[in-house]
Design a protein around this ligand. Structure first.
Ligand code: CTP
Ligand code: MG
Length: 187
C-alpha cells in the first residue's frame, strides 16, 4: 500500500507540470513568442508558441498548484503532501509550471533547428519536452526536493510512473484538442 502511494505521488506532484501544456492550447492563438522572427533562415520557435499560450499555461499550472496546496494543507500542515512547507512549496509548483512551458519552447526551438515545421511530428521530443523542462528546472532550483521525491530509494517509482504516464496523457489530450478543433494535428 505504501509503495502504491509513492508511485502515485509522481503524478500528484507533477500535476503543475502536466496542466500548462494543455492549457496553452486553450489560451494560445495570439502573438508568437518569437514575434515572427527567424534565425538562420528558420523561425526561432514558430507560430505554435504564443505569448498568451505561455502566460496562460503557466498561470493555469501555478493556480492548480496552489489549489493542490490548499487541499493538502489541512491534512499535512508541515509537508503539504510532498510539496513541502510554505513558501518553498509555492515556489516549487511555480518552477514546475514555468519549466514545463520553457521545456516546450525549447523543444520547438530544437524542432525548427532540425528543419521540422510547426506541428511536424517529432517522436519523444513532442511528448517529453515539457516533462524534461520541469525536471531540469526542479533539479536546478530545488534539487533536494526532487531527489527525495523522485530519485531516492523507492521514490524512483514516482519518476517511472510519471514518465510512463506522460506520453499516454499527452496523446489523450491531443486527440481531444484535435477533435474540438483546438489543434490542427492529433499529436
Ligand atoms: N500553444 C501556444 N503557446 C505555447 C504552447 C502551445 O499557443 N507556448 C498552442 C498553439 O496553438 C499550438 C498548440 O498549443 O499549436 C499545441 O502545442 P504544441 O503541440 O506544443 O505546438 P505545435 O503547434 O505542435 O508546434 P511545434 O511544432 O513547435 O511543437
Ligand atoms: Mg505539437
Amino acid at each position: 500500500m505504501e509503495l502504491l502511494w509513492v508511485a502515485l505521488s509522481g503524478l500528484w506532484l507533477m500535476l503543475p507540470s502536466l496542466l500548462p501544456n494543455s492549457a496553452a492550447v486553450i489560451f494560445g492563438g495570439g502573438t508568437p513568442v518569437d514575434l515572427g522572427r527567424s534565425w538562420r533562415g528558420k523561425r526561432i520557435f514558430g507560430d505554435g508558441k504564443t505569448w498568451t499560450g505561455l502566460i496562460g499555461g503557466i498561470s493555469a499550472g501555478v493556480s492548480l498548484g496552489v489549489i493542490l496546496l490548499f487541499i493538502a494543507y489541512p491534512f499535512d500542515p508541515t509537508n503539504f503532501w510532498g510539496f513541502g512547507n510554505c513558501p518553498d512549496n509555492v515556489m516549487i509548483v511555480s518552477v514546475l509550471s514555468i519549466g514545463s512551458l520553457l521545456g516546450d519552447l525549447g523543444g520547438s526551438f530544437v524542432k525548427r533547428r532540425l528543419g521540422i515545421e510547426r506541428g511536424g511530428k517529432t517522436p519523444i521530443l513532442d511528448q517529453y519536452n515539457f516533462a524534461l523542462g520541469s525536471i531540469v528546472f526542479a533539479l536546478i532550483a530545488f534539487p533536494n526536493w526532487f531527489i527525495a521525491n523522485f530519485i531516492e530509494g523507492e521514490h524512483v517509482l514516482a519518476l517511472v510512473v510519471f514518465l510512463v504516464a506522460v506520453p499516454i496523457l499527452h496523446r489523450a489530450v491531443n486527440v481531444i484538442g484535435y477533435k474540438t478543433g483546438k489543434k490542427n494535428v492529433p499529436w
